[in-house]
Write a protein that binds this ligand. Structure first.
Ligand SMILES: *[C@@H]1O[C@H](CO)[C@@H](O)[C@H](O)[C@H]1NC(C)=O
Ligand SMILES: *[C@@H]1O[C@H](CO)[C@@H](O)[C@H](O)[C@H]1NC(C)=O
Ligand SMILES: *[C@@H]1O[C@H](CO)[C@@H](O)[C@H](O)[C@H]1NC(C)=O
Ligand SMILES: *[C@@H]1O[C@H](CO)[C@@H](O)[C@H](O)[C@H]1NC(C)=O
Length: 172
């Protein structure tokens, strides 16, 4: 029993580590960078060169009295129609966090009229890139190690983490 406990503990720690690796690779983007979510930014230009990956986050920072953050579909994005939004990400503080947890194109608009002057952004979310294959040997191999560790461990760990926690509870 003691041996099994130890093994479960080690496996649990290992899975935690792999989650932390994943955590570290996710990026939180402030929408509009320094200017935030405001009518002065061209968000097409802002988003154009950023590679958004599943697991990243958007952070909308804005004047809560002037703007809000609504997720809409493509049609309503083009029309600036805020009436049939898919999700209202507005929390009220002017500081809203959106997890990009689905591989798709997200469409956000400001629902308070500024959409018509360009306050809208389409975010194309991609799957994370595969780890570099057959990377030439380098002395500083840490980034390669962490990315391949992540891809090999992450998916199985997603499914086993619940089982491990069950085991923890059962054993203790
Ligand atoms: C978006 O939603 C509207 C209803 O609000 C619907 O008429 C339209 O077809 C939808 N567009 C897409 C691309 O799903
Ligand atoms: C979105 O949610 C916020 C906070 O609950 C609320 O104050 C606001 O009225 C909502 N906006 C819309 C368009 O429903
Ligand atoms: C993505 O995140 C949103 C908000 O937290 C949640 O409602 C939704 O279920 C999540 N989707 C997936 C596929 O995890
Ligand atoms: C944003 O910039 C792009 C590329 O320069 C331009 O085509 C587009 O019209 C601009 N959008 C707004 C709302 O000014």
């Amino acid at each position: 029993m003691e041996g099994l406990r130890k093994m479960v503990f080690v496996v649990g720690c290992f899975l935690m580590m792999s989650f932390m690796v994943q955590e570290a690779s996710a990026v939180r983007y402030i929408v509009g960078s320094k200017m935030g979510w405001s009518p002065t930014v061209n968000y097409t230009v802002w988003a154009r060169d950023i590679p958004f990956y599943k697991g990243d986050w958007l952070f909308f920072v804005y004047d809560r009295n002037q703007q809000n953050v609504l997720e809409v579909n493509k049609t309503n994005f083009e029309l600036c129609n805020a009436e049939h939004f898919l999700q209202n990400w507005t929390t009220g503080a002017g500081r809203d966090v959106v997890p990009l947890n689905v591989t798709k194109t997200y469409y956000f608009i400001s629902g308070k009229g500024s959409c018509y002057s360009g306050m809208k952004v389409a975010i194309h979310v991609h799957n994370p890139p595969p780890p570099p294959s057959a990377a030439p040997m380098k002395s500083a191999g840490v980034p390669h190690l962490s990315s391949s560790l992540k891809s090999r461990i992450l998916m199985p760990s997603l499914f086993t983490i619940a089982a491990v926690w069950d085991a923890f509870i059962f054993l203790w």
